[in-house]
Design a binder for this molecule. Structure first.
Ligand SMILES: NC(=O)c1ccc[n+]([C@@H]2O[C@H](COP(=O)([O-])OP(=O)(O)OC[C@H]3O[C@@H](n4cnc5c(N)ncnc54)[C@H](OP(=O)(O)O)[C@@H]3O)[C@@H](O)[C@H]2O)c1
Length: 274
């Protein structure tokens, strides 16, 4: 039987990116991080999302080596933090991430936030990393349509991924449509709205219909919308639970009911006022 770990999203350059992976924001305890990432990989997770600001790249790299899974079977994403941005600065930040992870390439490297004075130069540096085959795909995070338009004006290679806050309270429909039109895959960050939705009555009713948890229903909603989804957990049972979403499907009316929960409500910051 196919599992969620086999689902791939085809990026605009032909690279296959796993549709489901592990987020690692707030994994700050080294032992806990090692245990969570190792467990996730042993369960079948093949994509790990980290960032220099999470300060866990060292443990993520170590867990990957401990897992025994060949590097080329994994998809590793990292990001350049706001105070590391600019052309030369980004090249140096990438070197630091690579050293911390102890790897010789990354699958995807993202501008973490569009710092207004430097995000264009930051993306130019990411293009160079791609040209030099140090990353397999280019991308950005927290970019609105106007930031992407700005990049299109200078880019030789358009970003292949945009990672943004996205969950049933913030469905980002216009941005998703824009990205789809321009062949940019969308990754949902805080896909579970950091737990805010776990008691929601609509989601609870749908979950009990399918004998699933609310978290599984939300993950399934992202998957059926062709979004890349990276829930974070350090709890072994939840890491397992979040990946068990291949044995049920939401009907179109259930998808519409979840879509209707949208309130354009962020759990994090608006990129325009960051
Ligand atoms: N690009 C960006 O700017 C940006 C910003 C934020 C996040 N991200 C990325 O997106 C990832 C996911 O976002 P996130 O960590 O903010 O939020 P999230 O995945 O929506 O929620 C994580 C929280 O939900 C809990 N949780 C996970 N699975 C659960 C389950 N099955 N049942 C109940 N609770 C559950 C976790 O607790 P435990 O860990 O205690 O189990 C944790 O407190 C991050 O880790 C990071 O990799 C990117």
């Amino acid at each position: 039987m196919s599992t969620i770990f086999d689902h791939m999203i085809l990026l605009s350059n032909g690279v296959q990116m796993p549709q489901f992976g592990l987020g690692t924001y707030k994994m700050t305890d080294p032992e806990e991080t090692l245990r969570a990432v190792e467990k996730a990989i042993s369960l079948g997770y093949r994509a790990i999302d980290t960032a220099s600001i999470y300060q866990n790249e060292r443990e993520v790299g170590e867990a990957i080596r401990n897992s025994g899974v060949p590097r080329e079977e994994l998809f590793i994403t990292s990001k350049v933090w706001n105070d590391e941005q600019g052309y030369d600065e980004t090249l140096r930040a990438f070197e630091r991430s690579l050293t911390a992870l102890d790897m010789n390439y990354l699958d995807l490297y993202l501008t973490h936030w569009p710092v207004s004075a430097s995000y264009v130069d930051t993306y130019r540096a990411i293009e160079r990393l791609y040209d030099e085959k140090l990353i397999r795909a280019t991308g950005v995070s927290n970019h609105h349509e106007h930031h992407l338009q700005e990049l299109f004006a200078i880019a030789n290679i358009r970003p292949m991924v945009n990672q943004v806050e996205l969950h049933p309270l913030l469905t980002q429909q216009p941005l998703r449509e824009f990205c789809h039109e321009h062949q940019i895959a969308v990754t949902s960050w805080s896909p579970l709205a950091r737990g805010k939705l776990l008691q929601d009555p609509t989601l609870s009713a749908i979950a009990s219909q399918h004998d699933k948890t609310v978290a599984q229903v939300i993950v399934r909603w992202h998957i059926q919308h062709d979004l890349i989804v990276i829930p974070k957990s350090v709890t072994i049972e939840r890491i397992k639970e979040n990946g068990e979403v291949s044995d049920f499907a939401l009907s179109s009316s259930e998808m519409a009911m979840i879509d209707a929960l949208n309130r354009d409500e962020r759990t994090g910051t608006d990129p325009d006022t960051y």
